[in-house]
Design a protein around this ligand. Structure first.
Ligand code: SF4
Length: 438
């Protein structure tokens, strides 16, 4: 259960996952496939807990994966218990979600006993039957129309969700038609930015390069014509979006396939067009990868982290550690995510051609990443090999300065002595010394 309770404005949201969506087949939805076993006792406890801290006149929103009106998800006794709690707490307004087939006159009349304003939200997504079939929504526009008329005839409000950026060529024109249609049936419309849920078909389309998400800027640009319409709300991020793979692979090998693998490409796309570094991390320190994953558990990173920990606390917090490797750039906070936590690229198997490709591809990735994040200072601790070369070229093209905390002389000495490890004593001494410049 997740509870968001804004006591100040008297609004509370409960994420109540119970059972499984009766349909579960919409191509963009991963939630509908999740089964959460809840007994009536569990549900009573969750509702008791939720209502315990609400003040009178609160607005309550209950969200879940599926339908609040489906008795397999919310049994009749729990539905009635919810009504009792709503009355008892003098709730002024409620929002509930459901597929059309579960919404009945009988249930709406029960809800009306609460005396609260009732909003019933339906994920229509699009007002075209053809599109509903394409996205496997499992109902038709007419089903929505019938139930919307029923809700309104009983004095309740209809809320409609529409998806922005469906996987269709003409989605912009279709969106416009859907909004115009929904304005006739709904009291409020929410335009949702379609993002790839894990465990959904749309995520696979993203990996295959057949569909792509909209950045926040693109979403607001496209929906700007409806901004300011009192009936229309814009929701740019319906869940905390991070790529999560349902069938992760261990990508073990050297070559183009492992450099520009679709899994790595979508990660870089995410980092360049969606991700924003944590506020305050204004200094970037590019670091090498390590054979052992996650990186921070390798001997190399343990030694580097040990030296970085000498920085004073505030300074340490302002340093953003970002690895450069064949998947691209990998900010430290993603080192445990798949497949970034389980790939392998053996440098000994590299040939001249792949080294050149590595530099080309990595330079572009670094460039796009740096353009999307805006750091005040750029440092690295890298051997003077391909990753360094890629960073150097990226910074040159962007006209940015950067400094390597490993001195060139030290690297020359390492090469002369046949030392390949970047955490040899001389290199660590450089890091210890030069870190003071951060
Ligand atoms: S979008 Fe709604 S109806 Fe479709 S599978 Fe997900 S929860 Fe079920």
């Amino acid at each position: 259960m997740f509870l968001y309770n804004n006591a100040f404005i008297g609004m509370a949201t409960l994420i109540l996952n119970s059972g499984r969506c009766a349909w579960g087949k919409c191509i963009f939805c991963g939630y509908g496939k999740i089964y959460k076993k809840r007994t009536n006792k569990d549900l009573v406890a969750i509702l008791d807990d939720f209502f315990a801290n609400l003040k009178d006149d609160s607005v309550v929103k209950i969200f879940g994966s599926g339908s609040f009106f489906d008795e397999k998800q919310i049994p009749k006794e729990i539905f009635e218990y919810f009504i009792e709690k709503t009355k008892e707490n003098k709730i002024s307004e409620i929002y509930l979600e459901s597929r059309p087939e579960f919404i009945t006159k009988e249930k709406i009349l029960c809800l009306k006993e609460t005396n609260a304003k009732i909003n019933i939200a339906i994920g229509l997504e699009s007002a075209s039957d053809k599109i509903l079939k394409t996205i496997n929504k499992g109902f038709k526009v007419k089903d929505f129309e019938n139930v919307a008329n029923l809700i309104r005839s009983l004095g309740c409000k209809v809320r409609v969700y529409l998806l922005v950026n469906l996987p269709l060529k003409n989605w912009k024109a279709e969106l416009e038609k859907s909004v115009n249609f929904a304005l006739n049936y709904a009291d409020s419309i929410v335009l949702l930015n379609l993002l790839p849920h894990e465990n959904s078909e749309i995520f696979d389309l993203w990996i295959k390069g057949e569909w792509n998400f909209l950045s926040k800027e693109e979403f607001f640009d496209i929906t700007s014509k409806w901004n300011g319409n009192p009936k229309i709300e814009l929701d740019v991020e319906t869940f905390k979006f991070v790529p999560r793979f349902r069938a992760p692979k261990i990508l073990d090998g050297v070559g183009e396939e492992f450099l520009t693998h679709p899994y790595f490409e979508v990660w870089q796309d995410y980092l360049q067009r969606w991700y924003k570094k944590q506020t305050g991390k204004d200094i970037v320190l590019f670091l090498p990868c390590s054979a052992k994953k996650p990186y921070s558990e390798s001997e190399t990173h343990k030694k580097i982290l040990n030296i970085l920990s000498d920085l004073d606390k505030e300074k340490y917090k302002s340093v953003h550690q970002v690895m450069i490797s064949n998947p691209g750039v990998i900010p430290r906070e993603f080192e445990n995510f798949e497949p970034l936590n389980a790939y392998n690229w053996d440098e000994k198997l590299e040939n001249e051609f792949i080294k050149k490709r590595y530099i080309e591809v990595t330079k572009e990735r670094i460039k796009k990443y740096l353009l999307s994040q805006k750091y005040n200072k750029i440092f690295c601790f890298l051997k003077y090999t391909e990753s360094y070369e890629a960073l150097k070229l990226a910074c040159e093209e962007l006209n940015l300065n950067f400094k390597n905390l490993l001195r060139k002389e030290t690297y020359k000495k390492m090469k002369k002595e046949g030392i390949t490890s970047i955490v040899c004593e001389d290199a660590l001494n450089d890091l210890r010394e030069r870190i003071k410049e951060i």
